[in-house]
Design a protein around this ligand. Structure first.
Ligand SMILES: Nc1nc2c(ncn2[C@@H]2O[C@H](COP(=O)(O)OP(=O)(O)OP(=O)(O)O)[C@@H](O)[C@H]2O)c(=O)[nH]1
Ligand SMILES: [Mg+2]
Length: 428
């Protein structure tokens, strides 16, 4: 089975929480703070796997969650970092935003190809343990920072194969036969329509240079409406530098070769006007059964279109070498394989501090989770290593009514308050 578009869910790991702990040793009555930092959450990384050419692996697995960092602990023990999660994708995969279909990243981008990997979602940072918050005047900091949560997102993976040239034409025109005689690829060939159900690539070694050729399922008139196999496979020639119009010149099935080319060009245009305007050459196949009249008409049509034409009989490998030399020669003057530039940058989460000043408190055992959008900005500006800054923070906690709200919920000394990233113990 061939799968070339899937939607998956990915989430990077949460950072572990910093720990609040104090040194306890024999003969040391008041040990200093020794709470270690939380480990970082694992990243979500897409990795190119040259050995695969479909997104089939995603048929059954669509949820990918990287490991969370572990919490820090006493004796300055740093929590373990969460392992990165590597998601293997075939070369040519494009990542898109599901809602807008905008491109997030093309895995054939130069920077990705060099390293073979793309870090998509970074894991949350681990929180600092209370050792970081000790100062000469505050030797027993009773708070640590909570780890930052990982990020989650849905993403569409779309495979756009990396081919220099693509064979496009009606069913049974002989596209697969061409690929089979000019490359080592072994496509299925038969005398019925829609023999080819999925695109296939082959490497061609012409004297004028090596190139990658794509064989596509047949197109018919109305493909843009989903007739036949539809035109969804055309996404695999989105990157092609040259299009080869393969046409059955035998007239054997009662079709007219000139009309066939026109219909195919119209379908290409309906799929993408830009694609239809790419350089093209015509490969008139099955000339062992072609009339002189057809040949003359095709030559005239090609001339009118300003398009080169090659007459071949792929079934007996007649003219196919010439076709490949022409393709290789033309490719030399054409721009490189198309790479898509990102159009979508995932938004950084922002909280509007004035949007909502409501305080919500949820209690889980001995921890009180406080949400109060108004305080987020203040929170980010507090330096917990600085006494003044910390005193200011305590003042804000009172003035916003957070302390009152906590007391209303019945908080008692020694219980924990979790305010977004920051965790501390409550003492009246
Ligand atoms: N007479 C003749 N028949 C040919 C030639 N080349 C291919 N054929 C035959 O045409 C039929 C279709 O060939 P394919 O290569 O499967 O055609 P295709 O364009 O890939 O067809 P789809 O995959 O269905 O779109 C097969 O029976 C081939 O043997 C040729 O040069 N002359
Ligand atoms: Mg075929």
């Amino acid at each position: 089975m061939f799968i070339d578009k899937v939607k998956i869910y990915v989430k990077s790991g949460n950072g572990g929480n910093g720990s609040v702990s104090f040194r306890r040793e024999k003969y040391v009555s008041h040990g200093g703070p020794d709470g270690g930092d939380g480990g970082h959450g694992g990243n979500i990384i897409f990795v190119i796997d040259e050995g695969i050419n479909t997104l089939l692996n995603f048929k059954y697995r669509r949820k990918f969650v990287a490991e969370n960092g572990s919490d820090g602990s006493g004796a300055k023990f740093h929590g373990k970092n969460g392992a990165d999660l590597e998601i293997m994708v075939p070369p040519g995969t494009v990542l898109k935003d599901p809602e807008t279909e905008k491109i997030i990243k093309d895995m054939s981008d130069e920077d990705v190809v060099e390293s073979g990997r793309f870090v998509f979602l970074k894991g949350g940072k681990g929180g600092f343990g209370n050792t970081h918050f000790a100062t000469p005047t505050r030797q027993t900091p009773n708070f640590a920072k909570a780890g930052i949560k990982g990020k989650e997102q849905e993403v569409v993976l779309e495979l756009k194969m990396l081919a220099d040239a693509g064979l496009v034409g009606m069913p049974s025109a002989g596209k697969s036969t061409i690929l089979s005689v000019v490359s080592a690829a072994k496509p299925k060939i038969a005398d019925y329509h829609f023999t080819t159900l999925a695109p296939m690539l082959g490497v061609v070694n012409a004297k004028a240079g090596q190139f990658v050729l794509a064989d596509l399922p047949g197109l018919i008139e109305g493909a843009h409406n989903g007739d036949g196999l539809g035109h969804q496979f055309l996404r695999h020639i989105d990157r092609c530098r040259l299009i080869i119009n393969v046409v059955d010149a035998s007239g054997f099935e009662g079709r007219d070769p000139v009309e066939d080319i026109e219909k195919i060009n119209e379908e290409l245009r309906l799929y993408s006007p830009e694609l239809a305007s790419r350089p093209r050459i015509i490969a008139a196949n099955k000339i062992d059964m072609m009339s002189d009249e057809t040949q003359a008409r095709l030559e005239e049509f090609a001339k009118k279109q300003g398009c080169e034409i090659v007459f071949i009989a792929a079934g007996i490998a007649h003219g196919t070498d010439e076709l490949c030399e022409l393709i290789a020669k033309k490719l030399k003057d054409l721009p490189p394989i198309k790479v898509f530039t990102p159009e979508y940058i995932p938004e950084e989460e922002t909280v509007d501090i004035d949007a909502d000043s409501e305080i919500t408190i949820t209690r889980e055992n001995d921890t009180f989770y406080v949400e109060c959008p108004r305080i987020v900005k203040v929170l980010n500006s507090i330096n917990f290593n600085d006494r003044e800054s910390f005193a200011y923070f305590q003042k804000i906690l009172r003035s916003t009514g957070i302390i009152d709200a906590l007391e209303e919920k019945g908080i008692v000394d020694g219980q924990t308050v979790n305010l977004y990233d920051v965790e501390f113990d409550y003492y009246k």
